[in-house]
Design a protein around this ligand. Structure first.
Ligand SMILES: Cc1cc2nc3c(=O)[nH]c(=O)nc-3n(C[C@H](O)[C@H](O)[C@H](O)COP(=O)(O)OP(=O)(O)OC[C@H]3O[C@@H](n4cnc5c(N)ncnc54)[C@H](O)[C@@H]3O)c2cc1C
Length: 387
């Protein structure tokens, strides 16, 4: 059986970026419909932690959800170093005139707060609704989805694809750089945790990050896919000992490790082409390596800018080629800068070429000594290239 509906804006994917967009549009008078494939009971199972920038905190504040996010730990210092080599840089909130550089929280804590705000506002948000097809036509978008075994068709002036990237992967293939790496994520405790301090350590097998969270750290340990699979199998004692060997002694020995999960890492960049009445957002537009914790932060800026473009346009121009081109132009600089920055970091730091090792040490030391360079990089990480 098929049932037909119509709305102004259909958001495909109720991940954090899709939900943030829906919230940014509340009070607009537009009829907005969010379709999320996961069933409500599975929504809180994502094991990753996110480092949110100070700029994202300000946007979440404007969306009215910041104070409802439970369980956030602040980052006031970021310590950057490389294994077996000289050079280090330290970014401190106090030197950059912000109260905190960022915050660490579990993906589900952010997602829950966004979901609850949507429910409170009565925005239409359907879980268990898996989109199977999107047709971008000259007079609007047609979306087919399955819900409770029933096929539905939803037409919209604008379809926002915020599904993480699968739906259009075959019809509009993205540019993909496979880093040959996976990220193992878990929670760890250690002997000497340093309050509010995050560590980013570059090693030839990939970066390892310790993000301060509650009694310990959220660990993001990158390695080749094969190594990461082995790391999942190690018993806890072996895991903790190998981590100590790999990360060094900055926080003493590691004491406990939580459940471990793995994510394959790729740079995925959707083509910069225009599809009528359709726009890609968040990970669907660009999936970044988590080396600098930029993916969601950039997706949130995508959502905020798209909401501003929709709110500024006349109702009959919603989803028009002009509106979409204006939005894409407004995001181009930030998007390209974010992609270059994270990709450049991975390429520069994840190898053992001796010539690059010297360059890396020099650039970390220079960054540490030059307040203006430090400010520039930290601002980019906190607010993106559009400032
Ligand atoms: C290990 C790791 C660590 C990370 N750390 C950070 C960090 O510290 N800071 C940071 O900013 N970013 C980080 N990121 C990136 C961040 O997780 C993503 O950028 C963010 O989750 C993107 O949100 P999204 O809503 O665009 O996509 P997603 O989170 O992928 O959500 C997409 C949603 O769409 C739904 N969906 C999929 N297909 C369909 C369909 N056909 N129909 C309907 N719904 C569908 C999915 O169920 C999901 O709910 C990290 C990523 C990884 C892998």
């Amino acid at each position: 059986m098929t049932t037909d509906q119509h709305c102004d804006v259909a958001i495909i994917g109720g991940g954090p970026v899709g939900l943030a967009l829906a919230l940014a549009m509340r009070g607009s008078g537009l009829n907005i419909h969010v379709l999320e494939a996961r069933k409500a009971e599975n929504a809180g199972s994502d094991p990753r932690a996110l480092a949110l920038s100070y700029g994202s905190r300000l946007l979440l504040d404007r969306l009215g959800v910041w104070h409802d996010i439970a369980q956030v730990s602040p980052i006031k210092t970021i310590h950057i170093s490389q294994k077996h080599a000289l050079g280090r840089a330290v970014l401190r909130a106090a030197e950059l005139d912000v109260p905190e550089l960022g915050y660490v929280l579990p993906y589900p804590a952010l997602h829950n707060a966004l979901q609850q705000a949507l429910h409170a506002d009565g925005i239409s948000y359907q879980t268990g609704a898996a989109v199977t097809q999107l047709l971008s036509e000259t007079d609007g978008a047609r979306i087919s989805y399955q819900h409770d075994g029933v096929e539905h068709v939803l037409s919209a002036h604008l379809a926002v694809v915020a599904d993480g990237g699968k739906l259009l992967e075959t019809s509009h293939p993205p540019e993909i750089t496979d880093y040959g790496q996976s990220a193992l994520v878990t929670h760890i405790t250690c002997q000497f945790p340093k309050a509010d301090t995050a560590f980013e350590r570059f090693t030839t097998q990939g970066p390892v990050a310790l993000l301060p969270y509650k009694d310990g750290y959220e660990l993001v340990w990158t390695a080749s896919h094969e190594q990461a699979q082995q790391m999942l199998q190690w018993d806890d004692a072996t895991f903790l000992a190998r981590l100590h060997e790999h990360f060094g002694d900055r926080v003493g020995s590691f004491i406990n490790v939580g459940t471990r999960s793995c994510f394959p890492l790729r740079l995925r960049r959707a083509p910069d082409t225009t599809l009528p009445h359709t726009v890609l957002l968040g990970n669907a537009a660009q999936t970044l390596h988590p080396v600098a914790g930029q993916g969601f932060n950039m997706g949130l800026r995508d959502a905020w800018e798209l909401a501003q473009a929709m709110l500024a346009c006349a109702p009959e121009a919603l989803g028009s080629a002009t509106m979409l081109e204006d939005y894409r132009k407004s995001r181009r600089l930030d998007r390209n800068a974010g992609i270059r920055f994270t990709d450049g970091l991975v390429r520069m730091f994840s190898n053992d070429l001796p010539l690059l090792s010297g360059g890396r040490a020099a650039s970390l030391s220079m960054l540490d000594c030059l307040p203006l360079a430090k400010k520039f990089i930290a601002k980019r990480m906190m607010f993106g290239a559009n400032g």
